[in-house]
Structure formats: structure tokens, C-alpha cells
Design a protein around this ligand. Structure first.
Ligand SMILES: Cc1ncc(COP(=O)(O)O)c(C=O)c1O
Length: 365
């Protein structure tokens, strides 16, 4: 395993803001201050902490601060863990109508699991292929249609055709569920994410963000029309029946949100964009196949499993942790090294990566 100086920290991960040992009371005060600061907001945030749906606990302002960053109508926040987003997806199964879920072929495993748990009919459309999706929607007579997609694909780094997906959703009176795990905090104005970057707004849109990547904590949130949020609060069992998250986590998230939405976040995103452009050029110059990604996820397709593992091993011995991603996570024959950039990386780090890749390329000649 490489040294701590890893080139594969969390994708686009801003440094965890780092708690200062604040006591619970400080965290709550912090949240109240945020409520005041955001009082002008259009939002009617749910002033709840994790599990507050069941227990009436309030950690005011967290929701409002997320709302400020994502700029949407209403926010449901679960701070605890990834069960939150799973729960929201699972809650969608309860409609008791004929449901069909249309899922991008390269969606993240958590969306795939959510689709399976939903017990809806699942139709998988080829990656990013809105023509194929359109034909499937035309042919469907389901009562409820959900289109589900990552925004930034976690293994390829490309961005889904968000505007075209929303246009299809609206034309077919379908829901569009977008997982912005890798967009939130990194893309769009103030790091509001890929959906804000594409300037999309619609009552048909349900967006999910995680707080474990750019925000550096854990948990997830859903942003959607108020009716959808209310329905999830009433029906999403993993949300309802979970212990509230800790004030420490709430404090850390609110500190992260301040960084993401402020000048420091902007500076980190500018730095990250420079790293991304440099990495694109670097990967293009190798004998392997880079994916055309403009995000922090920069894969290099090696092909065979063994070759990808050998390269990851060689880089590891050089002190660089660049994981080899293999089937079944990615299609057979497309094993890859996944470089995941973070604003915490430096150009010196990229010098080292460049040298490591050059050494690997030398070994293949
Ligand atoms: C697209 C996508 N969605 C959801 C998740 C789950 O995120 P978390 O672990 O923060 O719940 C991930 C994590 O890798 C992801 O890549």
C-alpha cells in the first residue's frame, strides 16, 4: 500500500473542515445562526436532524444550509449514513401502482440496489442514450415512471445528458431521480452541483446528494418538490426508524457547507479544475485509453484485469494509490486505473503520478 500521500482520495473531496472539539450545544447554536442567515430564503426547510421524522428532534438550519447550496424548493436531510439515500429510493416502491424504473446501464451500485429493492419493473437503457430511453418511455404503459441516473458517473467521470433527461421526464410525466454524489460541492455555481450547473429546475426532478464526498462527513439528502419530501418523510422507513445523527456531524456538515459555498470553496474548485485539465493531458499522452472526462474522476482504461492490477501494484510501490477497478464494477475488458482528483492534491502530486505512469509505460515497451 502506498504512503499516505495518495492520489486517490475521495473524488473531488474538499478537506474535511475538521471539528474543533465543539460541544453539542455549539453545534446547535451554529445551526440556529444559519437559520437566521438564511431567513430570506424561499425554502421551507424541514428543520430536522437525522431521524427527526420519527422523533421530532430538531437540529435547525442544516436543511436550510444545504438548500442554500443546492438552491431547490425543499430539502430532506439524513445525516447518518448511506442508508439514507437507499431509504429514499426504497420509499418509492410504495406507490402500489404499476411502476417502471428506467435506469442508466452505468448507474452506481447504490442506485441499482435501490432499483432492486423498489420492486418496480426495471428497464436498463444504454449508457447516456436518450434516444433509446425515449423509445422505451414511448413503449411503456406504466402508471408511474422514474428515470434514474448518476449525474457524474462514478467509474467513468462523464456527465449524464441532464437537460435531455429532464426534457424526456417532462414529456412523459415521469420523475427524474438524479444522484449528484460527485457533482455536489464540485460543479456549478457555489458548488451547487451538476444540476445547478445545467440550470435545471422542475417539479419532476428529485435530486440526491451525499455528504460523504465533497462535504467530507457522511449521510445524504434529497431535494425535491415539497410534496415528494413530505411523502418521503411519511413513508421512507430507513429515514423514519433511524437514530438521530450526532450534533458533531451536524456541526461538521455546516462548516463544510460554508466552505463549499464561499470564496474558499471557489478557490479550491479553481485549483481542482486546473488539476483536471493537467491530468487529462497527462493521461492522453500514455499508451492507454483515457475516458473523455472533465470531472475529478479521471479513468485510464487498461483493458485486462492483470494488466490493470500490475500497474496499480507498480504505482503503489512508487507510493501512489491508484486503484484498479475491474469487473463486475466495470464491463469486462475495460479494467482501469481510476485517478480521483481532490482539491487537496498539488501539482507536485501530479508530477509524481506522471513519473509513475511514464515508468509503467516504459515497462510495457
Ligand atoms: C454515484 C454515487 N452515489 C452514491 C454513493 C454513495 O455515497 P455515500 O457512501 O456517501 O453514501 C457513491 C459512492 O461512491 C456514488 O459514487
Amino acid at each position: 500500500m502506498g504512503q499516505a500521500l495518495a492520489l486517490t482520495l475521495n473524488v473531488g473531496c474538499f478537506h474535511h473542515p475538521g471539528g474543533d472539539g465543539a460541544e453539542s450545544g455549539d453545534a446547535v447554536v451554529e445551526q440556529r445562526e444559519l437559520v437566521g442567515e438564511l431567513a430570506f430564503s424561499r425554502a421551507q426547510p424541514l428543520l430536522r436532524g437525522d431521524g427527526g421524522g420519527a422523533q421530532g428532534g430538531t437540529i435547525g438550519g442544516i436543511d436550510a444550509s444545504v438548500e442554500r447550496v443546492v438552491d431547490r424548493a425543499q430539502v430532506l436531510l439524513g445525516l447518518r449514513d448511506r442508508r439514507r439515500s437507499l431509504g429514499q429510493r426504497r420509499g418509492l416502491r410504495r406507490l402500489r401502482l404499476r411502476n417502471t424504473l428506467f435506469s442508466d446501464a452505468l448507474n452506481h451500485a447504490s442506485l441499482i440496489d435501490g432499483a432492486r429493492l423498489s420492486r418496480a419493473d426495471v428497464q436498463i437503457y444504454p449508457h447516456g442514450d436518450t434516444d433509446a430511453l425515449s423509445a422505451m418511455l414511448d413503449a411503456s404503459d406504466a402508471d408511474v415512471k422514474l428515470i434514474v441516473s448518476d449525474t457524474v458517473f462514478s467509474m467513468d467521470g462523464d456527465v449524464a445528458p441532464l437537460a435531455a433527461l429532464l426534457a424526456l421526464a417532462e414529456r412523459h410525466s415521469a420523475w427524474l431521480v438524479l444522484d449528484d454524489a460527485h457533482g455536489f460541492g464540485v460543479l456549478g455555481p457555489q458548488g451547487r452541483g451538476a444540476i445547478a450547473q445545467a440550470a435545471l429546475r422542475s417539479p419532476n426532478l428529485i435530486s440526491i446528494g451525499t455528504l460523504g464526498k465533497a462535504a467530507g462527513v457522511s449521510g445524504a439528502f434529497v431535494v425535491a418538490h415539497a410534496t415528494v419530501i413530505e411523502w418521503l418523510v411519511q413513508r421512507a422507513r430507513p429515514y423514519i426508524f433511524t437514530t438521530a445523527s450526532t450534533p458533531a456531524a451536524a456541526y461538521a456538515v455546516s462548516a463544510s457547507l460554508k466552505i463549499i459555498g464561499g470564496d474558499e470553496g471557489e478557490a479550491r474548485r479553481t485549483h481542482l479544475r486546473a488539476l483536471i485539465e493537467r491530468t487529462r493531458a497527462m493521461l492522453k499522452a500514455t499508451p492507454w485509453i483515457p475516458v473523455d472526462s472533465h470531472t475529478a474522476v479521471q479513468p485510464l482504461i487498461i483493458g485486462a484485469n492483470d494488466a490493470a492490477l500490475d500497474m496499480a501494484g507498480a504505482l503503489d510501490r512508487a507510493g501512489l494509490w491508484v486503484p484498479a477497478i475491474r469487473p463486475p464494477t466495470v464491463p469486462v475488458g475495460t479494467s482501469r486505473l481510476r485517478v480521483s482528483l481532490s482539491a487537496a492534491h498539488s501539482h507536485d502530486d501530479l508530477d509524481r503520478l506522471e513519473a509513475g505512469l511514464r515508468a509503467c509505460a516504459g515497462g510495457t515497451q
